[in-house]
Design a protein around this ligand. Structure first.
Ligand SMILES: Cc1cc2nc3c(=O)[nH]c(=O)nc-3n(C[C@H](O)[C@H](O)[C@H](O)COP(=O)(O)OP(=O)(O)OC[C@H]3O[C@@H](n4cnc5c(N)ncnc54)[C@H](O)[C@@H]3O)c2cc1C
Length: 391
């Protein structure tokens, strides 16, 4: 009996386990390893960080969500020994495998900027999102006694998807927090600092401008073309310019799991350029899925961005290709058909370019509905258990 080990119960790992478990007459043992007993929807972590959702609205129990034939191990992967086909765990005995799917996901990227780790609040998982929310609320609450203007200043570092979606939730919740924590709303200052010259460059310029204006109208000041050079405890620096704030949110980007570098893979920013069937060069028994993989887009040679959408699509190909290998058949190439690019600006609005039955450019409530439909769909793509997440 072949043993398939899947690392990580995020989008890629959950989907791979679901797809493998439903293959009939496949004589395999499937093991899923995850460091937490729960799966979290990383695409909604910014909502937990801003306080518009509670953690239990974006998490579910991994054991309850997978097919009973999948054995779940809760432990932290520390290293993959590719030659010995062995996974080392923090607490348990090492696991051997015949086939491996590595879907260990993303970690925060600081680009080596001084003070970013110590002074910025990242949004990476449930613990960091909850910690960022607590700091934000404690700091805003503190203004009533401190009268320190920096308590009402928030700097969001980076203007990628996570930053923009976080800003949308933040401005949506701000007036409610002003009432709850008794601070003057007109003294709140929110700055978003971005090194590149354009905000939301992945969207049609009119949509991007609409999104930027929406956030500006709700109190955000964007500073594009402003590289961050240092993060101090109470200020973000761009060369000699200081952006003071007692809440600094660090959402400048991600790289893959540190386990990739620790295991000696040929990698860049903990992402490995995979073969066109998603296997690892020289290791046909191993597949990389999600944010640890780097997959060139055949139409332009550039790497696909790291998204949940792609992780799920890659998981389908990896599962099919493991079955093909077990059955002595040819593996297939990964082909990606994007559903589009969708960005929320709080719970009720957003911008989107949707590629379903045509190409649709949406803004406002329609874009928000489209975003929620894609997010809901992703939950059903990971588990067969209906109603697994709290509304
Ligand atoms: C705030 C935010 C909003 C986003 N919005 C969108 C969006 O709208 N649309 C979209 O498509 N993408 C979005 N993304 C990107 C998307 O979340 C990622 O691309 C996606 O989560 C990657 O999936 P994955 O399966 O590779 O890894 P992950 O979802 O990161 O899952 C990795 C899993 O592995 C576990 N793990 C990690 N290390 C270890 C270890 N050492 N041992 C054991 N277990 C481990 C983790 O706990 C986790 O369960 C967003 C990301 C963020 C942060």
């Amino acid at each position: 009996m072949a043993k398939i080990v899947i690392l990580g119960a995020g989008y890629g790992g959950m989907r791979t386990a679901k797809q493998l478990a439903k293959v009939n007459n496949l004589d395999v043992e499937i093991v899923l390893v995850n460091k937490n007993p729960y799966h979290y929807q990383s695409t909604e972590l910014h909502e937990v960080a801003a306080g518009t959702k509670e953690p239990d609205q974006i998490t579910f129990d991994v054991r309850k969500a997978v097919d009973p034939k999948v054995k779940v191990i809760i432990d932290e992967v520390t290293k993959v020994d590719q030659d010995a086909k062995k996974v080392e765990l923090k607490n348990g005995e090492p696991l051997t495998y015949d086939y491996l799917v590595n879907a260990l996901g993303f970690e925060s990227e600081t680009f080596g900027i001084k003070g970013a780790d110590e002074n910025g609040w990242p949004i990476l998982d449930i613990n960091t999102a909850v910690a960022a929310r607590k700091h934000l609320e404690d700091t805003l609450k503190n203004y009533k006694t401190s009268h320190d203007e920096n308590d009402l200043r928030i700097v969001v570092c980076g203007a990628g998807f996570t930053s923009i979606e976080y800003l949308g939730e933040l401005v949506y919740r701000m007036s409610e927090m002003a009432k709850e924590f008794d601070f003057p709303l007109d003294k709140v200052k929110i700055d978003c600092i971005e090194a590149t010259p354009k905000i939301l460059p992945m969207f049609d310029p009119k949509l991007a401008d609409w999104g930027v204006k929406f956030l500006e109208d709700h109190g955000v000041t964007f500073h594009a073309g402003t590289p961050i050079t240092e993060v101090k405890p109470n200020a973000v620096m761009s060369n000699d310019t200081a952006f003071p704030a007692n809440t600094i949110i660090w959402t400048t980007g991600v790289h893959g799991s540190h386990v990739i570098a620790d295991s000696g893979y040929d990698q860049k920013r903990n992402r490995v350029v995979v073969e066109d069937d998603l296997s690892v060069n020289g290791h046909p028994e191993e597949f990389l899925v999600g944010d640890v993989s780097a997959v060139p887009n055949p139409s332009n040679g550039r790497l696909y961005p790291t998204t949940a959408q792609i992780s799920i699509a890659e998981a389908d190909t990896a599962a099919d290709n493991i079955v093909a290998r077990i059955n002595g058949k040819e593996t297939k190439k990964f082909v990606f058909k994007s559903l589009g690019t969708l960005c929320s600006l709080g719970p009720k609005t957003g911008i989107a370019e949707v590629d379903m039955g045509g190409h649709w450019k949406l803004k406002g409530a329609k874009a928000s509905v489209a975003k929620k439909l894609v997010a809901d769909r992703s939950v059903t793509e990971l588990t067969d258990v209906s109603g697994i997440m709290k509304e």
